[in-house]
Design a protein around this ligand. Sequence first.
Ligand code: MLC
Ligand code: AMP
Length: 496
Amino acid sequence: MGANHLFDGLLGGRETDSRILLRVPDGDDWSYAELVGLSGRLANLLQAQGVEPGDRVAVQVTKSVQAIALYLATVRAGAVFLPLNTAYTRAEVEYFLEDAEPAMFVCASDRAAEFDGIEARVLTLDGDGGGSLMPAAENMTPDFTNVERAPQDLAAILYTSGTTGLSKGAMLSHDNLLSNALTLVDYWRFTSADVLLHALPIFHTHGLFVATNIILICGGSMIFLARFDLDAMIEQLPRATSLMGVPTFYTRLLADDRFDRELVAHVRLFVSGSAPMLPETHVQFEQATGHRILERYGMTETNMNTSNPYEGERRVGSVGFPLPGVEINITDPESGTTLADGETGMIEVRGPNVFLGYWRKPEKTALELRANGFFITGDMGMIDSDGYVHILGREKDLVISGGYNIYPKQIETEIDALDGVLESAVFGIPDPDLGEAVAAAVVLEDGATLDQEQLNAALKPLLARFKLPRKLVLLDELPRNAMGKVQKNVLRDRYG
Ligand code: MLC
Ligand code: AMP
């Protein structure tokens, strides 16, 4: 096999390893060897279908073992994996396909008709392995000579809106992904004895590049749930040694009577991230289980940046220390000069985890990625006297709901285009389940009317459902500061 930096690091030498990698409740177990074999078949299929090294393979499919194999196959074929949230509408996906120009697009069978006539070759894959992809792969051999890929070669593109609200493809190299996962295996003490309860989606950094890559590297196994389902979580937790989740996972578990110390007696590590966890959740969790949740901080462009320590104090309200090899700089958002410890400013990050830039957007890249290598995160924070990093707010206009990032600008653009709407402002309001929920303040033209139901009916074909406003307030005018900028903090305070 040729050297393929990411694949070799994740699964090199595991071609004949018969230990179980994936346990699918009510489904099959998959060994390491079986997953490597399936990824080989799929990599042969990608090549046979004309996918060349560097080509993008866009994927919008339900979580499944086959989808993990497709990720690995794409890496092995030297192509670029581009996963998409299954909730995205046709209109949203169309933008990504036009921007990324993938050679292949894999989607669910029942949505294939929506993508008739697109440039890319379309294959289908369903949550149960059905669709056109797997029968085609079965005709292929599992042996595959990996395409050579160097550490700096592109491995994946994940769309995110960065600090500005315009969707951009974050380009992640083989080494961005591998170096970060290797660091985390070590920092969080993962070994082949670990059994991770995996309930996150696999179209984002957290579920794919953190949870999955870590387990592949350490040689452990995963209990692989299609989604977060409370009953299934309660059933499987006694078999798990570790869980990674967004704060909503933990608040939902805590609210269930069955969730107690005994249920998680076997678990050694609970990790939370992707959204801020309330201090009271940390406290309640520790009271209920005796475990202090380990909170860490990451983002699409950088994978993981900081983490609370495995041993030593996991400080509530903090996201811990910069990971080994990662530098954090707190700067004045106006001037960019470095601030002293204890002062609040923009969090900037540099290290092998920091992405290559935004796909085909050098000018946007230059705005957020400094020439000296520091990435301007859009998060505000400070470093305390013990070196712990605290996130204290966001400069970027972003709502984080259940760990999904929602960019107000996209929703405002769609609302503003509706008949009778003069202007709108979308903002986050506190939500006990999701952390934040989307709210919309709308100013109507004289005589026009709009209610929540009409608003959401109009937005449904355009926006993924998790982006639909859960609260609508009609205003005569939007609150603005002296510069004319809409004051979302005022909206949040008034209607939150
Ligand atoms: C689902 N819905 C949401 C939502 N998830 N609404 C707002 N925010 C969310 N996150 C809506 C659906 O559209 C649907 O609406 C209704 O809720 C029920 O859908 P569901 O699929 O049954 O939802 P549920 O199972 O309750 O999902 C909630 C969740 C899930 C929190 C378990 O969203 C989730 O797994 N989130 C994890 C996201 C994640 O992995 N983020 C990591 C990003 S990486 P309707 O209208 O159809 O009824 C990153 C970097 C880092 O940020 O640091 O990790
Ligand atoms: P994404 O763009 O989806 O990768 O989301 C990244 C953003 O999620 C970060 O820039 C932070 O704003 C937020 N985030 C991630 N982890 C945490 C955390 N532990 N606490 C607070 N915010 C977080």
